[in-house]
Design a protein around this ligand. Sequence first.
Ligand SMILES: [Zn+2]
Length: 73
Amino acid sequence: MKKFLAAIVALVVLTASVTAVLASSYVGNSTSRKFHYADCASARKMNQKNRVYFNSRDEAVKAGYVACKKCKP
Ligand SMILES: [Zn+2]
């Protein structure tokens, strides 16, 4: 029974972390200070080390990022 509960807890934690990653629909570039929709061509070309993830547009704007002129997030 304890093993069963541990498995359930592990599954819930895993689901929550996967959801958190998927919810990050905005990607900022720490060099250019611009942010994009995660599926914008510029966002996909962005160097992995310059990527900053945001959960909302507000979060990106508050962090001082400017919206991309192509994908207009
Ligand atoms: Zn963009």
